[in-house]
Design a protein around this ligand. Structure first.
Ligand code: ACO
Length: 335
């Protein structure tokens, strides 16, 4: 739908999150692989991450939506659509969205899963906004949820220190005041990077077998150095593009809300946008990279802490496996 013809915008009218209790700090990783707290903190910014000991991604998502419902008073039967962004679905099918729908009793909702790795929430938020902008849907829940511990090899120091489990959710509703809500998005995929960040086995390309399990092909593989280079450029490029398109300068932006994969990637993006650290949402130190959950976790924590106010201009940006990358420009409308 062209921006000119829109009669409503999608606005975020509620936020919620959930993280498991179990904490793995950097010291723990010193005891299981050849690493150090100092290396992890200086190379990534991570100090600890949460791990789900019992349950699956649908449980993370369900708890985040329950928190959203507590925060907003939203009733399950009012929800019309549930989009679950995840790369760690409970099953190939049924979709995690179906399990979540049943768990919360959203008897009038349809839903589906969206797979875009660390850009999952940004892609799903734009999808949810399009449902609202179409005029056909009035209450859409978008949740980013990942149980990364399910696909992490805890003998591989290159990846195991990076990831954690969490979920964050937002409620989207229409607003006729077009100054608020989602204003614009720049979304991209580049499949030429597919081999650099991938879970190789378990899909139709390489179905599960004794060999795939023995060769540890059901875990995340990442060429960290190569991904780092493209992530720095990709996330900064889309962030700069959305600013240009909307005539925004660093001074206009209340917060950059970046995917939390690496503090150095976040800093590089902020620098390119001309904004200082105090205007960047950061919680990577507490949760690590929770893939589709990082951005809604940031939004929820900053909103709950009273750090977001009505009229704040936000740029949400991400880069992830696929490759997938994107930025959303939105104006916050909650008091
Ligand atoms: N502890 C100690 N040393 C380590 C560790 C560790 N945990 N991990 C790697 N090293 C070593 C490497 O073996 C290497 O040693 P060598 O020089 O002897 O070969 C050295 O440290 C440097 O390794 P690099 O990979 O170059 O380290 P780098 O500074 O690039 O940091 C990291 C690695 C943190 C993974 C970084 O590359 C990164 O953040 N990459 C991008 C991640 C990203 O954005 N992913 C996309 C989103 S994730 C998703 O979509 C699911």
């Amino acid at each position: 739908m062209s921006r000119e013809r829109k009669t409503v915008n999608a606005q975020i009218t509620g936020v919620g999150m959930w993280v498991p209790e179990k904490v793995l700090d950097n010291k723990y990783f010193e005891s299981i692989v050849d690493t150090s707290d100092e290396w992890i903190r200086t190379r990534t910014g991570i100090q600890e991450r949460r791990i789900l000991e019992k349950g699956a991604t649908s449980d993370l998502a369900t708890n985040a939506i329950k928190n959203l419902m507590e925060n907003t008073g939203l009733k399950p039967d009012e929800i019309e659509a549930i989009i679950v962004a995840t790369v760690t679905p409970d099953y190939f099918f049924p979709a995690t969205a179906c399990l979540v729908q049943d768990n919360i009793g959203a008897k009038n909702a349809f839903g589906y899963d969206l797979s875009a790795a660390c850009s999952g929430f940004i892609f799903a938020l734009q999808q949810g906004a399009s449902l609202i902008e179409s005029g056909r849907y009035k209450k859409v829940v978008v949740v980013g949820a990942d149980k990364m511990s399910a696909i992490t090899d805890y003998t591989d120091r290159n990846t195991c220190i990076l990831f954690g489990d969490a979920a964050g959710a937002v409620l989207l509703e229409p607003t006729e005041n077009l100054e608020y809500g989602l204003q614009d998005s720049v979304l991209r995929v580049d499949g030429s990077g597919r081999d650099l960040l991938i879970m190789k086995a378990g899909g139709s390309a390489m179905p599960a077998s004794k060999e795939t399990v023995e060769n540890k092909l059901h875990y995340i593989y990442q060429d960290g150095r190569a991904v780092f280079k493209v992530a720095v450029k990709g996330m900064a490029d889309v962030s700069a593009e959305i600013m240009e398109r909307n005539n925004l300068t660093g001074g206009d932006i209340a917060y950059l809300v970046p995917h939390q994969a690496n503090l150095r990637i976040i800093d590089a993006t902020a620098k390119r946008m001309g904004i200082t650290r105090d205007k960047v949402m950061i919680n990577i130190q507490k949760y690590g990279n929770t893939t589709a959950a990082t951005i809604p976790l940031c939004l929820t924590e900053y909103y709950n802490a009273g750090k977001l106010k009505k009229g704040d201009k936000l740029v949400l940006s991400s880069f992830g496996g696929g490759f997938t990358f994107g930025s959303i420009y939105l104006v916050w409308s909650m008091d």
